[in-house]
Design a protein around this ligand. Structure first.
Ligand code: SF4
Length: 69
């Protein structure tokens, strides 16, 4: 699974960090770091994080970065 986080929307609320700490990390006030290529054992957590994000900044899919628009 691949993810892209729209960092211009991210509000640094840390919901995703709480739900999937192996994939998301917060550094400083609003500096979100994440692993674009999600390990298979983290995909369910990442789906929950994407659903929980208050601004829908997390895009998750099998090929969100492939062939982009
Ligand atoms: S849940 Fe969404 S808004 Fe909150 S830190 Fe994660 S990406 Fe940013």
């Amino acid at each position: 699974m691949q993810i892209v986080v729209d960092l211009t929307r991210c509000q640094g609320c840390a919901q995703c960090v709480f739900l999937a700490p192996d994939v998301f990390a917060l550094h400083g006030e609003e500096g979100l770091l994440y692993a674009p290529a999600v390990p298979d054992d983290q995909t369910e957590r990442v789906r929950q994080a994407a659903a929980a994000c208050p601004v829908q900044a997390i895009l998750a899919g099998e090929e969100v970065t492939a062939g982009g628009r």
